[in-house]
Design a binder for this molecule. Sequence first.
Ligand code: HEC
Length: 182
Amino acid sequence: MKKAAFTAAVILVALAIGKVAQQDRAQAQQSSAAGGLFPNDFGPAAIDVSSYPKQYQETYEVFLQKCSVCHTIARTINSQFLEMSEAEQAQMKKTQPELFKDPKILEIDPHIWSRYVHRMMDKPGCPVGKDGKRIWQFLVYDSIARKTGKNFASWKKMREKLVKDFKIQHPARYKELFNEGQ
Ligand code: HEC
């Protein structure tokens, strides 16, 4: 009886080790297709678009489908990217200078979404195709709506927490992404 219990325990341990190895492999595979982890990945995976113009509500559905093939949609939703023309930036620097303080919270550039949508479209297996343009327009609109003005405070709070937790949980990757933290 004792021997049977011992054998059962050995089998269970072996199964558990096998299972962990399997999970590790799956995770490693997933993160190599997705290009490693980002703080963004751990935030909310949906946007409340109920107040957005109809065209953007429609594009939101396309975005959800097409930009979640290789990595979680949260990576885009919680990204620090904000696209504003030079003229819009000059205006914002007067009305809301705090937007420009920390590129980990907001990285502001006149073409940042356009550049990244193209970068994604160049990856093998990307299904975005002809929807690239409208997804880009959606991302520009959504980032301004959700990350600036009266929404900046809640954006900053959420993003700061993602970055802070990521630095603790994934210190090597944090360094790689933000080139600091020694
Ligand atoms: C074919 C796979 C694939 C698809 C589809 C895809 N991505 Fe990505 N995405 C990646 C990989 C890989 C990375 C890792 C960083 C890199 O290579 O740029 C990434 C990284 C990102 C990042 C983080 C960039 C950073 O440096 O902070 C954002 C934002 C992003 N993707 C947005 C999108 C959007 C928006 C779409 C849909 C238009 C999309 N992705 C579709 C593969 C994909």
